[in-house]
Design a protein around this ligand. Structure first.
Ligand SMILES: [Zn+2]
Length: 446
């Protein structure tokens, strides 16, 4: 199939469907998948019966609200039960062609199975995101994501299906990756935001100027929140002289379920695959579009293991107004993980707010570490930063400035700001960086 490379859409009809039409399609798919799940996945049969709901109850999209939630724990408790794939799976193992698993960073890894059709539709969605950020068949693309078990690994097939020249970088050591960038001159790369930044710094330190000596025009980032924080995006863009786009994936669904367009105002989510709800964190009550809450996803077309009302643990909001790019699929704005949010003096604090301040502030390197602890029975937070080598100000002055900037953005001052010399924080890592240390349980034990 030959495509018009000047068309900004991968699938124009789908991407620009009037919402009414899009919702009509969602409803038809929802009715089908809920019935399929009920008829084929032992868990759904049991839980729908217990809740007194039937697939036929779905007459409008809102009727999904009558159905029970599931979460990571549901996945853990049902996997391997009754069959290898477990009680949430709705197809026999012989229909499954691929499984990915979560990193297990918050418990036992959970696996996500795909049928051949699930997998092909997953890759078509990935092609659509790549096309959306401007990737075309004449691009050279380095996929610098982990291939082992990780659902982001196979996304490279989406770029290949689009026609780009693909280099399966994986998690190469940075010297080797810089060699690839220098030698093959790729134009697009996908990695994590912290690694994109560190790789740029490493290049500079080894005498390579990414702007002059390399040819990267677009950087896709995912896996951490940085790509949705403008200051972080700008910091990466400044080093590379390239555009940065944030993608959002879930090991339970697709390598990328949502992606930025050129407007960079939230991430378009594939609403033909995912029905999005936002619910109150504590009560589970459904909120209106635009309100901030926990994102709850229902997969509309994945048959191997349908997810009906899956609580993602991600806090955000959805904007269903038409984007300036012309796409009608809603845009999600992610604020952070429910598990990462902490409360100080009745204010919800997300590590991403702290990152935004630290990355914007002049005279510090942008590296940071957050400590959350308890003192006098209240939560406190402390921030550790690095002063740039060429900053003439004293540590006390820098600490006072950053403390004031944090208070201005978040509303509550940190208990302290600790200033380290350039390179003094051990937060630079090859992949996801650990930047939040929760010391609260520790305090209890002492
Ligand atoms: Zn857009």
């Amino acid at each position: 199939m030959s495509r018009d490379i000047n068309n900004k859409y991968w699938d124009e009809e789908l991407e620009t469907l009037p919402r009414e039409e899009l919702e009509k399609r969602q409803l038809a798919d929802l009715q089908e998948i809920v019935k399929f799940a009920y008829d084929n996945a032992p868990y759904y049969k049991r839980s729908f019966d217990e809740a007194g709901v039937k697939p036929e109850d779905i007459k409008t999209l809102k009727d999904i609200q009558k159905f029970p939630f599931i979460n990571k724990t549901t996945q853990r408790d049902t996997q391997g039960v009754g069959s290898f794939l477990g009680e949430l799976a709705a197809v026999p193992e012989e229909d499954v062609v691929f499984i990915s698993t979560s990193s297990g960073s918050t418990g036992v890894p959970t696996m996500s199975p795909f049928t051949k059709k699930d997998f092909d539709e997953f890759q078509d969605t990935e092609s659509r995101w790549f096309w959306q950020i401007g990737m075309r068949p004449n691009d050279r693309y380095v996929h610098a994501l982990n291939f082992s078990l990780y659902v982001g690994g196979p996304d490279v097939i989406g770029a290949q299906n689009l026609g780009a020249l693909c280099i399966w970088g994986g998690t190469l050591p940075s010297e080797r990756l810089l060699f690839v960038l220098k030698t093959y001159k790729p134009t697009v790369i996908w990695t994590s935001p912290s690694y994109a930044w560190q790789l740029g710094e490493k290049a500079l330190k080894s005498g390579i100027d990414p702007k002059k000596d390399l040819n990267i025009k677009k950087i896709i980032v995912a896996g951490e929140l940085g790509g949705s924080i403008e200051a972080t995006r700008k910091a990466i863009e400044d080093i590379w002289g390239a555009e940065v786009y944030d993608f959002y994936g879930l090991s339970d669904i697709f390598g990328a379920c949502a992606a930025m367009c050129e407007a960079k105002d939230g991430l378009h989510i594939a609403e033909n695959h995912i029905l999005v709800e936002t619910v109150d964190l504590h009560t589970g009550e459904v909120l209106e579009p635009g309100q901030v809450g926990e994102l709850v996803f229902t997969t509309l077309r994945k048959h191997a293991r349908p997810l009906i009302r899956f609580r993602t643990g991600d806090i955000g909001r959805i904007d269903t107004t038409k984007c300036s790019c012309g796409r009608t699929h809603g845009r999600i704005h992610i604020l952070g993980r429910k598990d990462d949010m902490f409360i100080v003096s009745a204010v919800n604090v997300f590590p991403s707010d702290i990152e935004a301040v630290v990355r914007e502030h002049k005279g510090i390197t942008g590296e940071y570490l957050i400590r959350i602890f308890e003192k006098d029975f209240t939560n406190k937070y402390a921030v550790e930063i690095e002063k740039s080598a060429d900053n003439p100000k004293s540590d006390d002055e820098v600490a006072a400035e950053v403390s004031a900037a944090l208070k201005a953005r978040i509303g509550v001052k940190p208990a302290r700001v600790v200033v380290h010399p350039d390179g003094g924080l051990n937060t630079r890592s090859e992949h996801k960086s650990k930047r939040v240390i929760d010391e609260r349980n520790l305090d209890y034990n002492i």
